[in-house]
Design a protein around this ligand. Structure first.
Ligand code: SAH
Length: 456
């Protein structure tokens, strides 16, 4: 069987679905999503189909198809009853009358098939295998879903509106080259990032025959460790970077997603090993972007939570370098989820507070009184070295010495460990156990839920 993918206007065709069970429901759903108004013929239908009929988006004929059924010439007929004999007989009738048929129970005689569709309207990507390997087409569709930003439709609309301008400004023989350049420029990314004015600057420069620099910095949160916790956007930008600056908290497994020719710079950030001072990092980001590179600043967790992301982009903004910020799952979310410790819970905590326990000169000047709030969970980043001091201060400021406290070591990674103690016993616990960074501390009665909710 040879096939030719064509695209039909949904509102110009008559679609008829015979059947109302699970298979029919899926096809009806596909048709309605595409803007068709199908006629559905079946003595019984699923609740979903009934509700589409109630909403007026399909026409329902609650009857059994019979040998009198007529199918308009050129209509599309989907045969999805669970009775093979009925499908056979109606397929023959429909084809006799000049309709096109598709049935799920026997592909051999089909006039058309339903491809798997990635919908970024007006952009549609259809994947099909002549009906031979639906599992494979679904798999490819899912991969495309993950890689094409949801806003791709917006990009298509933008291209559509730009076409008129390009037609006037660029000679026909140079248009293909213009579009190639435009697609490779920063403009599409800027449109996706809702920076229309900047995108337009680049477009105008390209229309005028200039070659604007594509230098840009992506400040990307890499999440707490497990590579599965990256966002789609983070993954796309990681894969498209020319150069990356990363620190200790970024899991090496995530670095595997970089293209082999991406230049890599380790910029440290272990507590006692600042391989490169913050100022140096800021300057490097500016320098590399100004060379026209796509610069990836990859940071553990979320770049705006104890990540100094703000300082880095302040410098970029001052230097006029374009940048984007991609949020990541912060250690508090990742560690609490993977440790089975909900940060809020109606019976335990109505608020949660993130603080840093980073010690300056051996002391830790936290607003202790504010932290002793009942029904509040306390999450302490960077607090391992100062934890005995923190426990002692919390008790001194009247938090119950029996308050449970969890230390999540290497949260979300395969060797994650969750250590549970109380404010009183934790200092001794740390002394007697070998605990490795990074660790996150969670204080509050929610910690008691770990015993029943732990799932890893
Ligand atoms: N921007 C990061 C935090 C950087 S501060 C974020 O949003 O998560 C570094 C601290 O984060 C570490 O000292 C530790 O307290 C915490 N942390 C980061 N990743 C962690 C992990 N996988 N397990 C436990 N703690 C982690």
């Amino acid at each position: 069987m040879m096939t030719l993918p064509l695209v039909f206007r949904a509102d110009r065709r008559q679609f008829i679905v015979v059947g109302g069970g699970a298979v029919a429901t899926r096809k009806i759903h596909t048709l309605v999503t595409a803007g068709c108004h199908p006629l559905v013929i079946s003595p019984q239908v699923s609740p979903e189909v009934q509700s589409l009929a109630d909403a007026g988006v399909i026409t329902l004929s609650l009857k059994r198809v019979d040998l009198e059924q007529s199918y308009p010439f050129g209509s599309f007929v989907v045969l999805a009853t669970d009775d093979k004999a009925v499908n056979d007989e109606q397929a023959a009738r429909a084809q006799q009358q000049g309709a096109l048929i598709c049935r799920a129970d026997n592909q051999d005689n089909n006039d058309f098939i339903f491809p798997a569709v990635v919908d970024r309207s007006p952009l549609l990507i259809s994947v099909s295998s002549r009906g031979a390997a639906p599992a494979l087409t679904r798999h490819i569709k899912q991969r495309l879903e993950a890689f094409l930003p949801q806003q791709y439709g917006r990009l298509a609309n933008e291209v559509e509106s730009l076409r008129a301008q390009v037609k006037i400004a660029v000679a026909a023989s140079k248009r293909a080259a213009f579009w190639r350049q435009w697609m490779q420029s920063q403009a599409p990314d800027l449109i996706l990032a809702k920076q229309a004015a900047k995108a337009d600057e680049i477009t105008q420069a390209l229309l005028a025959g200039e070659h604007p620099s594509r230098g840009e910095v992506f400040l990307v949160g890499a999440g707490p460790g497990d590579p599965d916790l990256l966002t789609f956007r983070a993954l796309r930008l990681i894969q498209s970077a020319d150069v990356v600056f990363y620190d200790r908290l970024v899991n090496p497994a995530i670095m595997e997603f970089l293209s082999p020719d991406t230049e890599r710079f380790y910029v440290g950030k272990a507590r006692s090993d600042h391989s490169l001072p913050q100022d140096g990092i800021n300057q490097l980001l500016v320098q590399e972007a100004k060379k026209g590179k796509r610069v990836l600043r990859l940071k553990g967790g979320d770049p705006f939570i104890f990540g100094r992301g703000g300082e880095e982009i302040e410098e970029l903004a001052a230097a006029g370098v374009p940048f984007q910020v991609v949020p990541g799952i912060t250690a508090a979310s990742g560690c609490s989820a993977y440790a089975g410790i909900p940060l809020t819970h109606r019976d335990h905590a109505q608020s949660v507070r993130f603080v840093t326990g980073h010690l300056k000169d051996g002391t830790c000047d936290l607003p202790w009184a504010e932290l002793i709030h009942p029904s509040q969970t306390l999450v302490i980043y960077m607090g391992l070295a100062g934890l005995p001091h923190i426990c002692q201060q919390l008790i001194a400021h009247n938090m119950a010495a029996t308050t449970p406290i969890a230390l999540v070591e290497k949260g979300t990674l395969p060797d994650q460990k969750v250590h549970i103690a109380t404010l009183e016993t934790m200092p001794n616990y740390i002394e007697t156990h070998d605990i490795q960074a990074p660790t996150l501390t969670i204080v509050g009665s929610v910690v008691a839920l770990h015993e029943t909710l732990k799932w890893r």
